[in-house]
Design a protein around this ligand. Structure first.
Ligand code: RNT
Ligand code: ZN
Length: 423
C-alpha cells in the first residue's frame, strides 16, 4: 500500500466512526452513490461544434468563449476524449448526444433526414462500454433557425422542417433505448424568442404547443424513449421574450405527462432550481436536470461545488426524488482543458450527492421537533463533517484517482494526444 493510500484508509476509518456516531452509514452512502448515473454532455468536448458537413455559426444565443488547444475534431477524437473523462470519474454514467453529432460520412444530411444509421458509431461505442445514451434535437446552428424561430415560426414550412427533425430525434432516442437496454431521455430545447418587446406573445406559444403535439403524436414506449422539454428565461438575442418559458413548459409537461428539464442557468440569477424540485415533481412524472452554473447570466460555466449544487443534491436525496430525476450536465468552457472541465463538473456533482447521502438524521429531527436553533446549528456543523475522506475512499475503492491525482492523467493526455491536434 502506498503512503497516500494508507493516509486515505486512516482518514476514512476515522470518518466512518464519526459518521456512525451520528447514525450515518458511510458504506451505504457509497453504495447509493454508485447507483446514480450522470449524463455527460458531448458538447463540452468540441465547443458545441457538431460534425455536420457545413460550417456555420452556432446561433441560438449560445456562446462559447476560450481557445484552449486540442478540441475534438472528429467523432473518434471526441470518443477518445470522453473515454479519458469517463476513466477518471467513479461510477457508471451516460452520454448525452446532440443530433448534429451524427456521423454523416462527409455527406450533407439535413436535420430532417437524420436516422439511427447516422449514430451507429456512437451506439457501438456505448454498447461496448455498457453505458446508456440520451439525445437532443439540434434546433440551432442552421439556416432554418437563422431568424431565431423554429417550432413557433410563423411560416408553416419552417415549423414542418423542425417538427420532422424533432420527430426523427425521438425515433433515434428510441433506437438508443432498444440497443442499449435503457431509455434515452430526448430533450427538446429551442431558441425561439425575440430581442425586443413583442406585441403578440400568445401566437408563437400557440404554434409551439401545436408543433409539440405533432412531434409527440407518435406513441413511443417509455422503456425506449422519454421526452423532456427545456424552458429558458432569456437568451442572447431573445432578451425580451422566450416562447418556451418556464410557465409554458411546466404547463405543457404537467398536462401531457412529459419530463420537465430544469437548467440551473435558465432562471433569474438569484433563483435556484433546488426549490423547484419538490413542487414540480408533484405534477410532472419525472424531471431532467441540466446541471450548469451561470455567472451573472446563463453563461454555462463548469459546475463547482457551491451552495446551489449542494442544495439540488440535498433536495433529491431528502425527498427521495432520485428515482424520478435524470441528472445531466450542461456547460461548455473552451478556456480550459475540455476533459478537465468534464471531470471537474461531474466529480463535483457526485460529491454534492455524496454530501447529501451523508446528511445526519439529526437535522430533520431538529426541524420536526420545532428546534430551529438546533436545525441551523447542525446544518452548519454538517458542512465540516469529513465527507472528503469518504469521497477519497470511494474513488480508491473503485480504482479511480482520488483527490487531484486525476489531473496527472489529464495532463499526460494533453501532452500525448491533444497537443498533436493541430489545424
Ligand atoms: C440552451 C440550453 C440547451 C443547450 C444545449 C446545447 O440554453 O441550455 O440545453 O445548452 O442543448
Ligand atoms: Zn440546458
Amino acid at each position: 500500500m502506498s503512503n497516500a493510500s494508507r493516509s486515505i484508509a486512516t482518514a476514512y476509518d476515522a470518518a466512518r466512526e464519526r459518521y456512525a456516531a451520528l447514525g450515518v452509514d458511510t458504506e451505504a452512502a457509497m453504495r447509493a452513490l454508485a447507483k446514480i448515473p450522470i449524463s455527460l454532455h458531448c458538447w463540452q468536448g468540441d465547443d458545441v461544434g457538431g460534425f455536420e458537413a457545413r460550417d456555420g455559426t452556432l446561433g441560438g444565443g449560445l456562446a462559447v468563449t476560450g481557445n484552449h488547444p486540442g478540441k475534438a475534431r472528429t467523432p473518434d477524437e471526441l470518443r477518445a476524449d470522453l473515454d479519458t473523462a469517463f476513466s477518471l470519474i467513479p461510477g457508471t454514467h451516460r452520454l448525452n448526444l446532440h443530433a448534429f453529432y451524427g456521423e454523416f460520412g462527409g455527406k450533407r444530411v439535413d436535420r430532417d433526414e437524420i436516422a439511427p444509421e447516422h449514430f451507429s458509431g456512437w451506439v457501438d461505442w456505448a454498447r461496448e462500454r455498457g453505458i446508456g445514451m440520451d439525445f437532443n434535437p439540434t434546433c440551432f446552428a442552421h439556416p432554418m433557425a437563422a431568424d431565431g424561430f423554429t417550432l413557433s415560426h410563423p411560416k408553416k414550412a419552417v415549423r414542418r422542417f423542425w417538427i420532422d427533425h424533432c420527430s426523427a430525434c425521438r425515433d433515434i432516442g428510441a433506437h438508443f433505448g432498444k440497443k442499449l437496454g435503457t431509455p434515452a431521455v430526448t430533450n427538446l430545447w429551442i431558441p425561439d424568442g425575440s430581442k425586443d418587446t413583442p406585441v403578440d406573445r400568445l401566437s408563437p406559444r400557440e404554434r409551439l404547443a401545436d408543433s409539440l403535439d405533432r412531434i409527440f403524436s407518435k406513441t413511443i414506449k417509455p422503456a425506449l424513449n422519454l421526452d423532456a422539454v427545456e424552458s429558458k428565461l432569456f437568451g442572447i438575442g431573445s432578451e425580451s421574450y422566450v416562447v418556451g418559458s418556464h410557465e409554458f413548459y411546466l404547463g405543457y409537461a404537467a398536462k401531457h405527462g412529459k419530463l420537465l428539464c430544469l437548467d440551473a442557468g435558465h432562471f433569474h440569477p438569484t433563483e435556484g432550481i433546488a426549490d423547484k424540485l419538490s413542487s414540480v415533481l408533484m405534477f410532472v412524472p419525472e424531471v431532467l436536470l441540466h446541471v450548469s452554473r451561470g455567472v451573472r447570466w446563463d453563461s454555462d460555466h463548469v459546475v463547482v461545488l457551491d451552495d446551489a449544487l449542494q442544495a439540488i443534491a440535498a433536495e433529491l436525496v431528502r425527498n427521495k426524488l432520485l428515482r424520478r430525476t435524470h441528472i445531466g450536465l450542461d456547460f461548455f468552457d473552451a478556456s480550459i482543458n475540455r476533459i478537465a472541465a468534464w471531470v471537474i463538473g461531474t466529480r463535483n456533482t457526485l460529491k454534492a450527492l455524496l454530501i447529501a447521502l451523508l446528511e445526519p438524521p439529526a437535522l430533520r429531527a431538529a426541524e420536526k421537533a420545532g428546534d430551529l436553533t438546533a436545525r441551523l446549528a447542525l446544518m452548519e456543523e454538517a458542512r465540516a463533517l469529513p465527507w472528503a475522506a469518504v469521497w477519497d475512499r470511494y474513488c480508491e475503492s473503485r480504482n479511480m484517482p482520488p483527490r487531484e491525482r486525476w489531473l496527472d492523467d489529464v495532463r499526460r493526455y494533453e501532452h500525448d494526444v491533444l497537443a498533436r491536434r493541430v489545424g
